[in-house]
Design a protein around this ligand. Structure first.
Ligand code: SF4
Length: 321
């Protein structure tokens, strides 16, 4: 898609906040999807560039010298207002706009007054779109803190978040399904979104009870130096669940790993596993035990590509003002 981002499902991405901390599950464990957070290492780079090469100053202080989140959250209201002013005055739609690709805008420490302004700007934008005074933008907003999102919705949008807003959560593992359960409670006039990225387990059956409350699912494998492989049936399960429920499905990428084949079949044919290969079974375990073990090869994101069963899956929700 043409725009300022390489994120396959978005046209643009933008940020008015920097900083985060790894999200926690209700039992206190770190969210599986946060373990290899890309924003943490990118923020470290941007913090260095802020001093010398003009990257935004909000990245300073959000990561330690060792490249770990400090817990400092720097939110810039003026940047937030500039983003929305740009949308109101744009000639073409920038949709979907992924807002908050480097942070979690609904972090527990995001200042309440910033979220108040966010709500005002969204309402204003929605009015302009409804009056045909600007292009029909829509904003994809992901969080791993659905409780904060829910509270914000109830405070600012008791009848539902605006049509131009797609509230969403990340859920790539069964330990994260609680987020989808909370998202389902968010009153929304736009589509509710689930990002199953990185997809780290079989979650399709767990999501089934909530499918009627979901408007879009994006799925993909993990990228980066420590990326974990995605079993192909995890992605297929989500795709098939979406088809049954008539929910648009977008397959973003395989990540670093590509499917080589059924591990038992390959072993019977005398296949000798290469050094860049790993076996993953349906339950996420490694090795030949368990159901449907597959040999996965670490070939890099570009080579792994984004075909699932020989084709792309590029569906988007319909967003109407
Ligand atoms: S919530 Fe997002 S930005 Fe924050 S640590 Fe987790 S993956 Fe990183």
């Amino acid at each position: 898609m043409a725009g300022n981002t390489k994120i396959e499902w978005a046209t643009d991405s933008d940020n008015f906040q920097a900083g985060c901390t790894k999200a926690r599950n209700p039992d206190g464990t770190v969210a599986a999807e946060c373990v290899h957070c890309y924003a943490e290492s990118w923020s470290a780079n941007l913090a260095r560039m802020a001093a010398t090469r003009g990257a935004p100053s909000r990245y300073q202080g959000v990561v330690t010298d060792g490249g770990r989140w400090t817990g400092v959250i720097n939110a810039e209201t003026d940047k937030l207002q500039r983003i929305f002013s740009g949308l109101r005055n744009a000639r073409r739609t920038r949709s979907p706009l992924f807002l908050g690709s480097m942070t979690d805008n609904f972090h527990e420490d995001t200042p309440a007054e910033v979220l108040d302004v966010y709500a005002e700007e969204l309402a204003h934008l929605d009015d302009r779109i409804a009056a045909n005074k600007c292009p029909p933008h829509w904003i994809a907003q992901l969080t791993k803190r659905p409780g904060v999102l829910l509270e914000w919705q109830r405070k600012h949008f008791p009848l539902g978040t605006p049509r131009c807003f797609a509230p969403g959560v990340t859920c790539g593992h069964s330990s994260s399904v609680w987020r989808v359960r909370e998202l389902a409670q968010v009153l929304a006039l736009g589509p509710r979104m689930v990002s199953a990225e990185p997809l780290l387990g079989a979650i399709a059956d767990d999501l089934q009870p909530y499918m009627h409350r979901i408007g879009w699912i994006v799925a993909g494998g993990e990228s980066g130096p420590n990326a974990r492989p995605m079993h192909p049936d995890w992605a297929r399960g989500l795709r098939d669940q979406c088809e049954i429920a008539s929910v648009p499905f977008f397959f973003k990428q395989w990540g670093e790993w590509s499917d080589v084949g059924d591990a038992h079949d390959l072993a019977e044919r005398g296949y000798r596993r290469q050094g860049n290969e790993r076996v993953v079974n349906l339950a996420g375990g490694h090795g030949f035990h368990g159901t449907d073990p597959r040999v996965m090869a670490r070939v890099g994101k570009r080579r792994a590509g984004r075909l699932l069963d020989g084709r792309t899956h590029d569906e988007f929700p319909e967003v109407t003002s």
